[in-house]
Write a protein that binds this ligand. Sequence first.
Ligand code: PMP
Length: 408
Amino acid sequence: MLDVEKIRQDFPMLNGTTMHGKPLIYFDNGATTLKPQCVIDAVCDYLTNYSGNAHRGDYDLSHDVDTRFEHTRDLVAKLINCDRKEVVYTYGSTDSLNLVAFGYGALHLQKDDEVLLTVAEHASNTLPWFEVCQQTGSVINYIDLDNEGRLTIENVKKAITDKTKIISIAQVTNVLGYDGPIKEICKLAHDRGIIVCVDGAQSVPHQSVDVKDLDVDFLAFSGHKMCGPTGVGILYGKYDLLQETSPTRLGGGSNSRYNSCGSVKLKNAPTKFEAGTPNIEGVIGLGAAIEYLMQIGMDNIHEQELKLRAYAIKKMQELDNLEIYNPNGQGAIAFNIKGVFSQDAASLFNTYGIAVRAGQHCAKILDEFLNVSQTLRVSFYFYNTFDEIDQFIEVCKKGDDFLYAFFG
Ligand code: PMP
């Protein structure tokens, strides 16, 4: 059982007030999470006390930076159970997924090869593949979701053909929040020589993810969705696959030599992908975030969030003015207040200091499945409370009475 009251003390934004003079109830953790003081301190410490470049200098300061910058790689490796050389620093999930699509996909896909996605994917796991397929003459196919919006192994089996080369799917989707059967999918795919790229943006922050146990080929995630800074993310790749992946950015730091004739010798993975000065404070802040999360325990975090979700669903189902699209998911809750445009509803929540998301949530083809163009989304993190959910429910009850709330 987490001591949530104690945990909340770690987050300055949970101890202030919003622009509306009310305490912040932050239910948009799928978009980004709040930052604990230890992360803020780690970033400030770097900026204040040792802000040299990484892997560039031969002086003490530079050594300090390198040590802490590389320490994050060890922490990531521990978090997801891989080797440190399989951890690539990127600028976020989007950047990681683009690297897989353009660095691996563009090199290995041929005309008429097939890439499998679902309509529940985030734009960052869709648009890079659209582009790479167009460039290589390969084809996107979609794995059907079941009638609740889940990804099932049966439907993956049905979608695979002898032309399928890559499956790229979210472990937990950002609107429907279902946890896909990744381990089974990897087994099925690998038996047929298919590569599996997993978008872990909504899973790694919330649960234990063991890449060896799942046997995923690539895993992408973002620092800012797990208490870390923005502008930093991770691409995990099996080492052999990383060696077969081309960097999509070239420049300083990634090569061991080159000459005026254009002959270039790149360093091995992961260094070959990390050209240019990286987001050093981001990487160091991410390290502090991972230490913080591991101290709380990923299983404890997951358990707490499932309890919050179950509580919210139960309360929401007691109201007859809500349409809930994924009562049985495990991540975000997608819903609408009947008859109310989602953005109007989000504004109503905002007046009570409650941050919820409205719209399409960067999953713009999901409406083809949901048959609704916009939804509200609440997404919890371990620092949320049952009391916050009660306050949220009170605002849900106001429902289409929102005009009264604004002007009444
Ligand atoms: N995939 C999923 C499932 C996401 O939820 C997000 C962020 N909303 C992304 C990818 C992209 O993450 P980022 O914006 O940090 O690159």
